[in-house]
Design a binder for this molecule. Sequence first.
Ligand code: PLP
Length: 438
Amino acid sequence: YAPLSELDPEVANIIDKETWRQYSGLELIASENLTSRAVMEANGSILTNKYSEGLPSARYYGGNEFIDELEVLCRKRALEAFHLDPAKWGVNVQPYSGSTANFAALTALLQPQDRLMGLGLPDGGHLTHGYYTAKKKITASSIYFQSFPYSLDPSTQLIDYGALAKQAKVFKPRLVICGASAYPRDWDYAALRKVCDEHGAFLMADIAHTSGLVAAQELDNPFEYCDVVTTTTHKTLRGPRAGLVFFRKDSAQASDLEKRVNEAVFPACQGGPHNNTIAGIATALYQACQPSWKTYAKQVIANARALADALTSHGYKLQTDGTDNHLILWDLRPLKLTGSKVEKICDLMHITINKNAVSGDANAQAPGGIRLGTSALTSRDMLEADMKVVADFLHRSVQLSLELQQEAGSKLLKDFERVAAKSDKVLALRREVRDWAR
Ligand code: PLP
């Protein structure tokens, strides 16, 4: 067959445009990263053709000798990357994504309608940690299980471990999930283990956001305390889009976690593994096992701190006043600006960010902040000095948003967008951002 550009120029053209967008703008979405060429090669390989339901040496299809070799290698690298003893820990590398990895973990650990506690979504938790609203059970984790959210202490914006322990006494969870999508500080795993032990509960960490930093031992180690650890592979870990489920072989809560997790992934939740993705994960894990990985992870954190410091020196308010990891939550409420407007103006500037709830937000539909992350810019070799320039662009974008909001004479996003689309100042700043970012 002809190459993509000849066979299907329409799709090739869209890929070209997206490549240009990713590398000529400023990518600050905390859940994204830029994978290496080697990871993309593995991910785009011929391995996509193969069916291999089951596990290495126990497949439901023939022709899997090389796929078995790949999956065994990927599992070995996953344990190595996270410094785990294969006698004590195992891993399933087949989940298609972080959400499926989490649902498989819940399926392995719980019976239908068992009780779980996770950090509430408005406080930075993830949908798959039991999210529901007053009107509706939203995700499978609240539809098939009974969930109760724990929250942040409003005065410090840190996890309120004391309140969590009291709530657990009443709710008696079978599982406590830690980990978040928008929490800029590290976790007290020992405190959570204590709560779980009081109730005979499992402790699961979802380190989707921070796994690259955990592998580099730049953050505290959840494996010391948890029964199960899940992660995505595409955020700080810099791999293709997928998930992993690590399970403790010697958990005090259950002796058969290996069997339970493997059967939960397939056949309970998934069909055939995506072998091209597993190859991409294996290559990403190879990268995470190299000495240079520590340098990368340290720089991601140094860049996040530099960005946080520069924003603070401009007088802005950040949740918890800073960060320990790759992400920053910027509280825009003192400026009387919504996250949606700042996301919009940044899009126009070719700075990619996302609106995000901040602790105490009254209206989840109009989040009062934005979330920033430094993984992707660090993958482009940017350093602390670059973060000062990025902070300056963000500062000028926010100041311009305030001007445009006033000019629009309304709080509505559509009026803001109308005025922004016609603004020469937007165009001028966008040109500056582009010239610098390239
Ligand atoms: N867990 C956490 C903490 C996340 O932040 C995310 C995604 O952002 C997920 C799970 C889900 O990952 P995926 O989008 O791959 O399903």
